[in-house]
Design a protein around this ligand. Sequence first.
Ligand code: UGA
Length: 434
Amino acid sequence: MRLSVIGCGYLGAVHAAAMASIGHEVVGIDVDEAKIAALRAGSAPFFEPGLSEILTSGVASGRLTFTTEMAAASGAAVHFLAVGTPQTTGGHAADLTFVNAAVEGLLPYLRPGDIVAGKSTVPVGTAARLAALIEPTGATLVWNPEFLREGWAVQDTVDPDRLVVGVTAGATDVVQTMKDVYHTAVAKGTPFIVTDYATAELVKVAANAFLATKISFINAMAEVAEVTGADVTQLADAIGFDQRIGRRFLGAGIGFGGGCLPKDIRAFTARAEELGRAESVGFLREVDAINLRRRDRAVQLVVGALDGVVFQKKVAVLGAAFKPHSDDIRDSPALEVASRLKGLGADVVVTDPQALENAARVHPQLTYEPSLDETLRGADVVVLVTEWDEYRRQLTPEHAGSLVAQRVVVDGRNSYDPALWRAAGWTYYGMGRP
Ligand code: UGA
């Protein structure tokens, strides 16, 4: 099938390349010329495992092209909207400028029978509004939310755990076309949920709100553990054995960040207020507050570990990305902790296997060091904030101990075995652990 993908960021670039990898002829369209030039050359403009491979093979096969010209969307059977919906400046609502511009730009090229498939995360009610703009062209809008995780984006796109398509009543042909798009997943028996626009939009925000709530729940337990001497990691293991609860996303630590969970729960709260249902999702404000408090807690632990004297102490910060397997630093808890320590007068040195370039652009005040050993050398305290394998599994307390000035570690992701580090002479501080 011929497909167009409008917006070639984390979502769109992966979607375009993944759709080409399952046999479709795809054009990716974006207003950012530098991004398009990189993608055309088969190079991923951000770090995402497996993306370069499918980009290169897609471009080489001739089935995957990239352009800044919206006219190139002409002739595609399905047009995916994959532009960003960031948090508005100065507010909590989602900024729909890019979605509106993408639809307006696409309208002149739509033909009767075309499908426009919305993938961007939008406030409930957006699809119905956009459908009214699209329908006069004879094209049909479907809402097809995306659930990919950064770091696993290729796998999640090609082999998702469910597909959701929101349509207007009686759109059977349209549903079949969407099944043809995702033919490999459909052939595998992937759950394919056909629903209305509002449900499809809500499935996406509800899923992210639930995940954020799960993380803040365990972080709230960490706060209680801190005043009772309990261990939140053991608590999470123990409740996680209950299959109704499950252990995944019960990792206590410095909390969630990134371009999705924080802004999605805020946008959901803002939308619920507009709909007169503020009280229904009022708990998400608490989820947000708990999450942000964990960053304060990490800073406090570091200050405490240095006996309150931070000025000119060398703090080795392991991690800058909002999570491992990504170079994304949007709302990164790691960089917030680093910046706050820098603000207190510490000599902060940050290392990360992928995110240093992005971090340096946004936080030029911090010192960056690509080598882990150099970051650790002479450190008065080590702070683990992004649990890359390099820092979590491969770094031994003995090796780290041979480089630092003081064997003091603050484990912001509860990734280390405290017994092992203490046995090697380290003073260990975790998040919600004794
Ligand atoms: C999230 C969702 O997981 C995806 O399903 C969704 O498609 C995506 O947002 C989106 O809306 O586009 P992502 O932002 O890539 O994906 O990151 P997650 O893997 O969800 O992690 C989010 C944050 O939570 C990270 O900062 C991570 O470190 C933190 N986290 C995760 C914890 O603090 N504890 C945990 O147990 C798990």
